[in-house]
Ligand binder design. Structure first.
Ligand code: ADP
Length: 499
C-alpha cells in the first residue's frame, strides 16, 4: 500500500509508450509498459494495477480482444482505451462491451490523461484501503475466535480434512489434557484411533463411518490412553463442514474424566447400599423368626389353658432364648443408629474415670452368661486394675464387637484377651486362631459395610469394626490388625489413659 500504484500501458508502438511515460512522469503513480496484448496479459498475471491503458489498434491481438482476455481471467482492473480513430457509436459500444471504462483520443493531452488516471488511482487506493481494513477485521475476528477456542480449558477443539487422516488444527489445550505434545496430535495419522482405549477403538471407528455415511453430527463418549498411561474420558461432538473444494470434520472433545469417575463411584455407592439393604434386612429378620415362633407357642398354650403347666426351667430357658434374640436385634438397631450418627457427626464420648480391667471382666461375664462363650476357651491376661478416663459404655461396645468377631470368625479355637499399660497408654489385644484376614482386606474391613466373608457363611452387616474405629478415634487411640489367613487374627488397640 505504501508503494506507488501502477498503471499498465499496452501499445505496440514504443514511441507512443515513451510519450505516455513522459506525460505521466509528474503524476503520483508509476507505469509499466507492454508492447503487445499477450505480453500485457502475462504481466497482469503477477501484478496488480490501478488501471490499464490499452491501445485499440494493435497487430495480432487488438485492444478489444486483449480486453476480453483480461476480463476472461477475472481481472477487474479498469481499462481505458487509447485510439486515434474517431469513434462512432458502434465502435464505442464494442469497447464498453469489452470492459472499457473510458476512451482517450490521440494525440493525448497530458493534463487530461493525468487527471483521468488520478481518479482511477484514487478509486484503486480506496478499494485497497477497504480490503486491508476488512482483512484486519477478519484477522481480529479470527484471533478472537482462536483466543476463545484456546481458552476452553477442558475441551479440545480440532479440525481434520475428510480423508486426510490427520488433524489440521488442534487447540493448545490438547497438550495439557492428554499429555501428548501438539506435534504428536498433528503429526500422527489417525491420532484418536492410535491412542484409543482398546475397548473404544470400535466406537471411534464406527462413529467416523457413521458421520461419513449419514452426514449427521455425532456425539460419542470414548476413552483415550494419555501419555502417562492413565485413562482420559472424552465426550466428542463432530460435524462435517462443506467447504469450497473439500470437506472438513470439525470437533470438540470435552474432558469428562472426573464426571465419569464420580459416576462410577456413585454407581459403586448405590451397589454397596443395595447390598447392605439386603444384608441388613436379612440380619434384622434372623432374630425375629425365632421370637415369633416362641410367641406363637405361648399363644397356643395359653389358648388351650395349658400355659401354667410349663415347667419353670423350660419357661426360663424359652425366655432366655427370647432375651438373646431381643439383645441381638437391639444391637443391630443400635449399630444402624450409630452409623447414621457418625455420618452426621453426632457421636460424642462422655469421659469418666473407668477401671478398664474391671470393665473387661464385666463384658466377659455378660458373654459367659449369654452362653456365647460356652464352647470357647477364653484366656484373660489382665492387671488387677488399670485406671484411666474413657467413655465406659462406648468402650464396652468396642470390646463386645471385638469379642463377638473373635468368637464368630474364631472357628471355636481359644481366644486370648490381654490388657497392659505401656508408656502411659492402655494396650488391648484380642487374639483368635480362626479364619484370618488376607492382607488386601485388612484395611477395608474398617470401612462402612465392608466385609471379607460370604454372607452365606457368616452373619453380619460390616459395621462393627467401622463403629469401633470411630470410637477409638474419638478417644485419641489407634486400632490395627495383624492376621494370617487360616491361622487367626490379632486386633490391637492403643488408648491414652487420659484423652
Ligand atoms: P461383621 O462382622 O458384621 O461383618 P465387622 O465390621 O465387625 O462386621 O467386621 C468386618 C469384616 O471383617 C467381617 O465381615 C470379617 O470379614 C472381618 N473380620 C472381623 N473380625 C475378624 C476376625 N476376628 N477374624 C477374621 N475376620 C474378621
Amino acid at each position: 500500500m505504501n508503494s506507488r500504484p501502477l498503471i499498465l500501458a499496452i501499445d505496440d508502438q514504443e514511441d507512443q509508450l515513451r510519450a505516455l511515460e513522459e506525460a505521466l512522469a509528474p503524476c503520483d503513480f508509476g507505469m509499466i509498459t507492454a508492447t503487445s496484448g499477450a505480453q500485457g496479459i502475462e504481466i497482469l498475471r503477477d501484478r496488480e494495477f490501478a488501471a490499464i491503458l490499452l491501445d485499440v489498434q494493435m497487430p495480432d491481438m487488438d485492444g478489444f480482444e486483449t480486453a476480453l482476455w483480461v476480463r476472461a481471467r477475472d481481472i477487474r482492473t479498469p481499462i481505458v482505451f487509447l485510439t486515434e480513430k474517431y469513434a462512432d457509436e458502434s465502435f464505442a459500444m464494442r469497447g464498453y462491451e469489452a470492459g472499457a471504462v473510458d476512451f482517450l483520443f490521440k494525440p493525448l493531452n497530458p493534463d487530461i490523461l493525468c487527471a483521468k488516471l488520478s481518479v482511477l488511482v484514487g478509486l484503486y487506493r480506496k478499494q485497497r484501503e477497504l480490503e486491508i481494513k476488512s482483512a484486519l477485521i477478519a484477522e481480529r475476528a479470527e484471533r478472537r475466535y482462536r483466543d476463545l477456542v484456546e481458552g476452553i480449558p477442558n475441551g479440545i477443539v480440532w479440525t481434520s480434512v475428510v480423508g486426510s487422516g490427520y488433524f489440521n488444527y488442534v487447540s493448545a489445550s490438547a497438550e495439557k489434557i492428554s499429555g501428548f505434545p501438539l506435534e504428536a496430535w498433528l503429526g500422527t495419522r489417525h491420532f484418536m484411533l492410535a491412542h484409543s482405549h482398546p475397548e473404544d477403538v470400535e466406537v471411534v471407528g464406527t462413529s467416523i463411518s457413521e458421520i461419513l455415511i449419514t452426514g449427521r453430527d455425532i456425539d460419542t463418549e470414548h476413552r483415550l490412553i494419555k501419555a502417562d498411561g492413565k485413562t482420559l474420558w472424552l465426550r466428542t461432538t463432530v460435524r462435517i463442514a462443506e467447504l469450497a473444494n473439500y470437506r472438513e470434520y470439525r470437533g470438540i472433545s470435552v474432558d469428562i474424566t472426573s464426571l465419569k469417575e464420580t459416576e462410577q463411584s456413585l454407581r459403586e455407592t448405590i451397589d454397596i447400599r443395595d447390598e447392605f439393604l439386603s444384608i441388613a434386612s436379612h440380619e434384622l429378620k434372623t432374630p425375629i423368626t425365632p421370637l415369633q415362633l416362641q410367641i406363637q407357642g405361648f399363644r397356643r398354650l395359653s389358648q388351650k389353658g395349658e400355659l401354667h403347666r410349663l415347667p419353670p426351667e423350660t419357661l426360663n430357658r424359652m425366655l432366655d432364648v427370647s432375651a438373646t434374640q431381643i439383645d441381638s436385634l437391639s444391637r443391630l438397631v443400635h449399630q444402624l443408629l450409630d452409623v447414621s450418627r457418625i455420618k452426621s457427626g453426632r457421636v460424642h464420648i462422655d469421659l469418666s474415670a473407668v477401671d478398664l480391667s474391671h470393665l473387661i471382666r464385666h463384658v466377659v461375664e455378660v458373654f459367659r452368661s449369654n452362653f456365647a462363650l460356652e464352647s470357647v476357651d477364653l484366656k484373660l491376661d489382665l492387671p488387677d486394675s488399670l485406671r484411666g478416663k474413657w467413655d465406659a459404655t462406648r468402650m464396652e461396645q468396642v470390646l463386645v464387637n471385638l469379642l463377638d468377631n473373635a468368637i464368630k470368625y474364631g472357628m471355636g479355637k481359644p481366644i486370648e484377651l490381654s490388657l497392659r499399660e505401656v508408656e502411659g497408654r492402655a494396650e488391648i489385644q484380642v487374639l483368635d486362631h480362626g479364619i484370618g484376614i488376607s492382607v488386601e482386606d485388612q484395611e477395608r474391613i474398617f470401612r462402612r459395610f465392608e466385609r471379607a466373608v460370604s454372607p452365606n457363611n457368616y452373619r453380619g452387616m460390616g459395621l462393627g469394626l467401622y463403629i469401633t474405629q470411630q470410637i477409638i478415634d474419638l478417644h485419641g487411640g489407634t486400632i490395627s490388625v495383624e492376621s494370617t489367613p487360616g491361622q487367626g487374627s490379632v486386633f490391637k488397640l492403643s488408648l491414652p489413659l487420659d484423652p
